[in-house]
Design a protein around this ligand. Sequence first.
Ligand SMILES: Cc1cc2nc3c(=O)[nH]c(=O)nc-3n(C[C@H](O)[C@H](O)[C@H](O)COP(=O)(O)O)c2cc1C
Length: 446
Amino acid sequence: MRYCPFFYSEILKKKRSTGEVSGYSLTLENAIKMKGLGGYFDVATKKVKSYDMKKYLLGVTGGIAAYKAVELCRRLIESGHQVRVVMTRSATEFVAPLTFQAVSGFPVHRELFDEAAEAAMGHIELAKWADQIIVAPATASFCARLAQGLADDLLTTICLATAAPIAIAPAMNQQMWAAQATQSNLDILMSRNIQIIGPGKGAQACGDIGLGRLLEPAQIIDHLKTPCTTLLQGQSWLITAGPTREQIDPVRFLSNNSSGKMGFAIAKMAARFGAKVTLVSGPVNLETPERVSRVNACSAEEMHQAVKNSVVDSDVFVSCAAVADYRPATTAEHKIKKNSEQLDLSLIKNIDILQYVGALAKKPFCVGFAAETQNLEENAKGKLQRKNLDMICANNVGDKQIGFDSDQNQLTLFYRDGTTYSIPMADKTDIAIQLVERIHQAFTNT
Ligand SMILES: Cc1cc2nc3c(=O)[nH]c(=O)nc-3n(C[C@H](O)[C@H](O)[C@H](O)COP(=O)(O)O)c2cc1C
């Protein structure tokens, strides 16, 4: 299957101007090339490949946000990667090259005409040395020069001379970002499969508010790690995450240990792979992933209502939330006082949201989670049948390493046709990448 970058770039062109898209999408072919920090999604084998260390050429251009590139450089090095820094002349007006030299441990490259470079061709040496070029911040001027194919300084010359993938993280005043010239330049860069990371929205150094902020170094690294693809383009995914709260009285509730991390990771990856994602979230302390539309729900009843509202338009439903099975029969209007030795709490069954979706006449592709502490396989398979699911992901929440609040997980997938698939222990983000891919495969085969 081919994924056409040009078609997708048309959609992105529109969305970028509204701020709906920050971070740009690559073709799948390029996602393969875009081996990121620590790991990457290999479309050929449909697997996340193991962590590998890379040689990063960090280009810094002349914007206010240049100081953030120091932190980016530090984080890359801390992760074990090699980094060489190239600064434009303007960039040195904002941050002293000595800072990057101290952080990277190597002299900063600035001049195209460098007599110190071996054979006086530093640009070619650096272009060949790099596994990945990341320019952060990328000024409007740099974007224009890159789009024009100019080679009028060291950084642009390297970008022309390299076979390595190029990513840029633009940062500029919101008006400069919105300017037609800038947007046209970005279209050109996108059509050449240059990864565009950000920018973000918010208050700017000049006092304006809008699109144009450099993403934070951690976000830039995250984008390098998992570039966007168009794998799920045209699909709508509805995902639930987190716990629910069932009020006993105005100050007390019944809940569980679900952190929401797994569901949020799935939402983030589904969106990054091009799906339209609605995330119905219980009360959790997590940031909404980019390009994900979030609906907050507190109780099981609220979550059911939110799912009902969105499920009609969904192609895939992933039920990752730990919805309370029972709720108090009544919720006290006022705080219950400590007057008696014993307090009986009467509970009634909540609606099973997953079962409700599985029973819909026009149901989406349904994926459930079976969080168990015993008889994992038996319970998971039982749920799969009983709730009319297409796939169930079983995990042992009794294991502290991979339990509810952990950053890691390990899943066994049970399919409707009886096949199983194991995703070994990994970070929830990496698990989510594999899971999204497996769901997509099964969904497109139905
Ligand atoms: C104080 C100051 C801040 C600037 N900040 C930015 C910026 O954030 N983004 C940008 O695109 N240009 C910014 N500029 C303009 C660039 O520095 C200018 O276009 C320069 O030629 C860019 O050179 P370079 O792309 O070679 O680094 C700023 C200029 C000044 C004087």
